[in-house]
Design a protein around this ligand. Sequence first.
Ligand code: SF4
Ligand code: SF4
Length: 158
Amino acid sequence: MSEQKTAPGVSWRRVRQLDTNNPPSHVNISMACNHCQDPQCLLNCPAGAYTRLENGIVYQDHAKCLGCRMCTYACPYGAPQYDPVEKKVSKCSYCKERVEQGLMPRCAEACPGGNIIVGDLAELEARYQGVREIPGITPKAEVTKPSILINPAKPHKN
Ligand code: SF4
Ligand code: SF4
């Protein structure tokens, strides 16, 4: 069971493995909720369960969830996860409780390769560049404006 106590089969973050032809390469993409600036989950939830917090986290109030699954159909990233036992949906909260204590999200802390880097998006973009979509592999960024940069350079050790 994860730190967030998600149910078996409910994965808030998943790693996809892809082979691309042009140029030929093997790609691993770790994706979770992207805490989008235009969150389709929030816009399509009839229960008002989602809120975009001041710090940018798109937060789901799980108690309000009716289990209608509208957010799972609306999110192009497949981030909200339906639990057929509980008959409700949940998703990555950017480890809101940890962040409020000054800690990093658990995925960023746990990645042994240091490949998940979190922080102010504008500062990360200035430092590492990166893209918000990979054509043919990830959804078009214009739909939800995800708060994510893909394939940034590794941080330099000072
Ligand atoms: S990735 Fe999906 S669930 Fe997360 S904020 Fe964007 S639209 Fe909502
Ligand atoms: S499943 Fe829950 S969170 Fe998702 S749209 Fe329905 S009520 Fe909202």
